[in-house]
Design a protein around this ligand. Structure first.
Ligand SMILES: O=C([O-])CC(=O)C(=O)O
Ligand SMILES: [Mg+2]
Length: 538
């Protein structure tokens, strides 16, 4: 109904629409009121996905303006619920479903996608969706949600984004007998056939869309995530969001926390609950950051302690399970099974949870952190909210409001003794839209760890003294479009400094260059220039 009278006449729409012409603002207002009528977040999700199908630009103008309200619906935590019942709420396909049966024909499937200029792909095999486990093809909700944020938060044009699920089956027995399940109903294919599918997919992407197509790996299970990142990071424009994006946002929050606790990173002892993608990614990036502070690598590694499902990660521990990535951080220390006991033994200054075990930060654990430290740092990063290691309320109340807290999914502010604390959302959504935008517009040929560390530092710098005063270790999410643009400009700068950029000539004003590439959410005119003449009215 925002088509003008002239557009209606030219396009033969006259009479097919009610006579009133609405402005985009009027439509936004109505859509927002409709959205707020729903009680359940999952219904809001369906409503918004319907809007995305009907009117993409309106969806994005709304999502950009009301990002704090809308992100928790189209993204974590609600997207987790949506994935768990993706078949049941299914209305219209979105994204590309490629299965193990398509081996040998992946290129042809990419050719079925109607858009030709694809710049960004988010791909999952659905094996570790958030902290919810193996959801197979139901995992499509994640690439769809992540790419919605590419546009809403980063301004990457939606037509340039492609969500992909690589369906190799699922080991989730409930899904195998779920009559709404939309994926292949057999156990996961692993080994050579799986690897060949990934390899063929990446080849096909380059053949179809060119070598500078960004491929973001998302929510793969641990061993595949690390393995595929190592295998492809130097030959494709790719990164793993759960390892590198999460690392970058967590390290940004930790760097910002230093201004509250008034210390350096290297003054700290970091205890990780979990030794998976997120934890190892954060640990590795923290080491890089501490090396920049002047520590040797060994000294930096010594500051990081990991606890996994078998307990403290130590050298030669009897229970084993110390993989190569964890082994780097294995300590010469007695073996301890329980997190609470580890905490009492090593007295960490910072605790970071990323193992998707709800409540892993027990009351005793949080109290101990508060006893050992004046200002303990507690990051409960697991997603969605239901799997957080502790709630914001627990962290603040059990430390009498002294902790510096951040979580992966949003929590409401908490008031303790009359002071209100605003928990930071240490979610990779602060990182991937900006990094991706920067990589795309500069034509970078790789995404490097250096880029993620620069991004952490840049994000931490955007945290103001007023933010810190309220306990926020991230800038407000409401500013995310500008934050992403600044982070992207930073990536562009980095790419040129390191000889990785392809765009020629080098733009002088990097921020303007980024802005010029961002998607505009205002409606465009549908009137061809040949139909306009001086004096013609709207
Ligand atoms: O999607 C999110 O909220 C963050 C993330 O990558 C994950 O938890 O896997
Ligand atoms: Mg993820």
């Amino acid at each position: 109904m925002a088509f003008t009278l002239k557009e209606r006449q030219i396009m033969g729409l006259h009479g097919l629409l009610p006579p009133v012409v609405f402005t985009q603002e009027q439509q936004e207002k109505r859509v927002l009121a409709n959205l707020r009528r729903w009680d359940k977040d999952i219904d809001k999700y369906s409503y918004l996905m319907g809007l995305l199908d009907r009117n993409e630009r309106l969806f994005y103008s709304l999502a950009s303006k009301y990002i704090e309200e809308i992100a928790p619906i189209i993204y974590t935590p609600t997207v987790g619920q949506a994935c768990q019942r993706y078949g049941f709420i299914f209305r219209k396909p979105r994204g590309l479903f490629i299965t193990i049966n398509d081996k040998g024909h992946v290129y042809d499937i990419l050719c079925n996608w109607p858009e030709h200029e694809i710049k960004a792909i988010v791909v999952t095999d659905g094996e570790r969706i958030l902290g919810l486990g193996d959801l197979g093809s139901f995992g499509m909700g994640i690439p769809v949600g992540k790419l919605a944020l590419y546009t809403a938060m980063g301004g990457v044009p939606p037509s340039q984004c492609l969500p992909v699920v690589l369906d190799v089956g699922t080991d989730n027995d409930e899904l195998l007998v779920n009559e709404d399940y939309i994926g292949l109903k057999h156990k996961r294919v692993r080994g050579a056939a799986y690897d060949e599918l990934i390899e063929e997919f990446l080849h096909a992407v380059v053949r179809r869309f060119g070598p500078r197509t960004l491929v973001q790996f998302e929510d793969f299970a641990n061993s595949n995530a690390f393995r595929l990142l190592e295998k492809y990071r130097h030959s494709y424009l790719t990164f793993n969001d759960d390892i590198q994006g999460t690392a970058s946002v967590a390290v940004a929050g930790i760097i910002a926390s230093m201004r509250i606790v008034k210390t350096k990173l290297s003054d700290h002892k970091f205890l990780f609950q979990g030794a998976g993608e997120a934890s190892i990614g954060i640990a590795n990036l923290l080491v890089d950051a501490m090396v920049e502070e002047g520590l040797t690598k060994e000294e930096a590694v010594g500051k990081i302690w990991l606890v996994d499902s078998k307990g403290l990660v130590t050298k030669d521990r009897p229970s084993g399970g110390v993989t190569e990535h964890k082994g780097v951080y294995a300590k010469d220390f007695k073996h301890i099974k329980e997190l609470e006991e580890v905490c009492r033994e090593i007295r960490p200054t910072a605790a970071i949870g990323a193992a998707a075990i709800a409540g892993a930060f027990t009351e005793q654990f949080i109290r101990d952190m508060g006893e050992f430290n004046d200002r303990p740092i507690i990051f409960a990063l697991s997603n969605p909210t239901s799997l957080a290691e502790c709630t914001a309320e627990q962290a603040y109340t059990l430390t009498e409001g002294r902790c510096v807290f951040a979580s992966g999914s949003p929590f409401d502010p908490v008031t303790v003794n009359g002071k209100t604390h605003y928990p930071g959302q240490g979610n990779n959504a602060y990182i991937f839209p900006g990094v991706a935008l920067g990589a795309i517009v500069s034509g970078a040929h790789h995404v490097t760890d250096g880029m993620f560390l620069r991004t952490s530092q840049a994000l931490a710098k955007m945290v103001t003294e007023e933010n810190l005063e309220e306990g926020r270790v991230y800038p407000p999410l409401s500013d995310i479009r500008e934050i992403s643009a600044t982070l992207a400009a930073n990536i562009v700068e980095y790419a040129y400094r390191h000889g990785m950029a392809a765009h020629y000539p080098e733009p002088e004003d990097k921020l303007k260059f980024v802005h010029d590439h961002q998607y505009k959410t205002e409606y465009e005119s549908f009137i061809p220039v040949t139909y306009s003449w001086p004096g013609m009215s709207d």
